[in-house]
Every structure is written in C-alpha cells, then in structure tokens.
Design a protein around this ligand. Structure first.
Ligand SMILES: Nc1ncnc2c1ncn2[C@@H]1O[C@H](COP(=O)(O)O)[C@@H](OP(=O)(O)O)[C@H]1O
Ligand SMILES: [Mg+2]
Length: 252
C-alpha cells in the first residue's frame, strides 16, 4: 500500500483501507499518551474523527460524509456518494488497554448500495477491506459460535443458545465481531436492540465481500443512508447458518 495517495491515486477500496489504517495509527498514538477513562475515550473519538475528516476533505472532496462523531449534514440524502464512518468503534474497549477489540470503520455508499469498505484493527496492525478480503475459511466442527456484545448482549442470543446449542463469544466492537466471522474465529454475529448505520456499514461491506450473509434480524436487507441512521439489529453469518438463525430471530 502506498504511504500517501499522492504516490498514486487510490481507488475507493484502497482509499478506505488506507484511511482506516491511518486513523488506527493515530488512535495508537493517543492510547500511548497515558490518558484514562472518559478522557481517553473522548481523545480517541476526536483524533480519529479529525484525521478521517481531513483525509476525506483532501482526497474525496466531492463526497458527502455520515459520521458518528460529526453533526449530520442532511445534504447526504441527495448525494450520490456518501462515506459512512465510525472513527472509533468499541470506544469502551479502546479505553481499557491492552484490549484489542476496537476498530476503525470506513465505508462508501453509492446510489443505494455499499460499494467499498474497510475495518481496521489497529491493536493488531490489521485491516480487512473489500479490496482483497479472503473468503471466510471452512467452519470448524462443533456447535456454532456466536459473537455477542460484551456490554449489551441482546435477549435474542439466549434463544439462539437454546435452539442451536450456540456458544457465546463476548467481545467489543461491531467491526471486530464481524472480522471474527470473516476470519472463522466465530460463525455468526447477531445484534438487536440498538445500533447505527456507522456501526455496521464498513463491517457489512467487508462481510459481503468475504461471501457472508448479511441482513436485519427479520431477514430484510440492511439499508444505508437513511434519514434516520438508526439501524438497530443485524445478522452477519456463514451462509449455511442463515436459515437456522432466521428461524429463531423471526419466530413470532
Ligand atoms: N443498544 C445499543 N444502542 C445503541 N448503540 C449500541 C447498542 N448496542 C451496541 N451499540 C453500539 O454498537 C457498537 C458495538 O457495540 P458492542 O461493543 O457492545 O457490541 C458500539 O459503538 P461505539 O463504540 O462506536 O459507540 C456501541 O455503542
Ligand atoms: Mg460504533
């Protein structure tokens, strides 16, 4: 990957990965400054937001942006290209060093669909993006493993444990939970009860590129760049588990 896009104009896939990696490096610097708790969370959110906003303004100046950390500019609703970013996903875990389950999300929505995206896991120095993500590996034998929120596991996961014999694997950050499915560490990530477009846009773009199923828990498509960015639930799973999971999540 070139050090700067000045070396060569980057396509949208490579730009997403490059920008997410740069924000991740900035977050590691902030984490090394010795701040704690709320101060560390706020400093991380602000530093990553400022860096991504500057990179987008410099290299994608004609595009709209929807960010967790910026005021919503509703001009995005009439834009053809919108970057949907979460500068620091898993803020809680970021503030608990040496935890590694926090991420940077950069996605591109164009004319109704997610078309590019990247999720950086700065603590591991890794980025997974639509440019080159590998297909998820073969499923390991044994009961399905299900990534869930550490702090807000939805009640629906109890039903999945009962119906599928699933094993719960709690971890922070929506992006890291999706990367766990992409890497074959778990088989599915199911969430309900609250989340926003920026929490899932980049992870979902990467999951789709890796051949995984993505949908709402009622089986309907995840739709982005809506007037209200609330997108409270999702399923990201290996395709062979989709039917079994939906049978539970759509139960009357
Ligand atoms: N019930 C809820 N309502 C709103 N946001 C939620 C939520 N549950 C999870 N999220 C958001 O989804 C992301 C992943 O959460 P979790 O680590 O619990 O799985 C976090 O994003 P941020 O860290 O960007 O705030 C968190 O705020
Ligand atoms: Mg988030």
């Amino acid at each position: 990957m070139p050090n700067t896009p000045a070396d060569a104009p980057l396509d949208d896939h490579s730009f997403a990965a490059w920008a997410a990696a740069r924000a991740g490096e900035r977050l590691l610097e902030v984490r090394a400054e010795g701040l704690q708790g709320r101060e560390l969370k706020d400093a991380g959110d602000r530093a990553a937001q400022d860096l991504l906003a500057a990179l987008l303004a410099e290299h994608r100046s004609g595009d709209a942006v929807l960010s967790e950390e910026a005021e919503d500019d509703t001009a995005r609703l009439d834009a053809r290209r919108v970057w949907i970013i979460d500068p620091l996903d898993g803020t809680r875990e970021f503030s608990e060093p040496p935890r590694e389950d926090w991420a940077v999300h950069v996605a591109l929505w164009e004319g109704g669909e997610l078309t590019a995206g990247a999720v950086a896991q700065p603590a591991l120095g890794e980025v997974a993006g639509t440019a080159d993500v590998a297909p998820a590996p073969e499923r390991a034998p044994g009961p399905p493993r299900l990534a869930v929120s550490r702090s807000r596991p939805p009640a629906i996961t109890d039903d999945l444990v009962a119906a599928l014999g699933a094993e719960l694997v709690p971890m922070g950050s929506a992006g890291i939970k999706v990367l766990a499915v992409v890497r074959g560490v778990v088989d599915a990530y199911v969430h309900a009860g609250g989340q926003y477009e920026w929490d899932s846009a980049a992870p979902v773009a990467v999951a789709r590129a890796a051949g995984l199923h993505t949908s709402r828990i009622d089986g309907s498509p995840l739709i982005y760049n809506q007037p209200n960015p609330l997108l409270p639930d999702l399923i990201v799973c290996r395709p062979e588990l989709t039917e079994q999971i939906l049978a539970v999540t759509t139960r009357p």
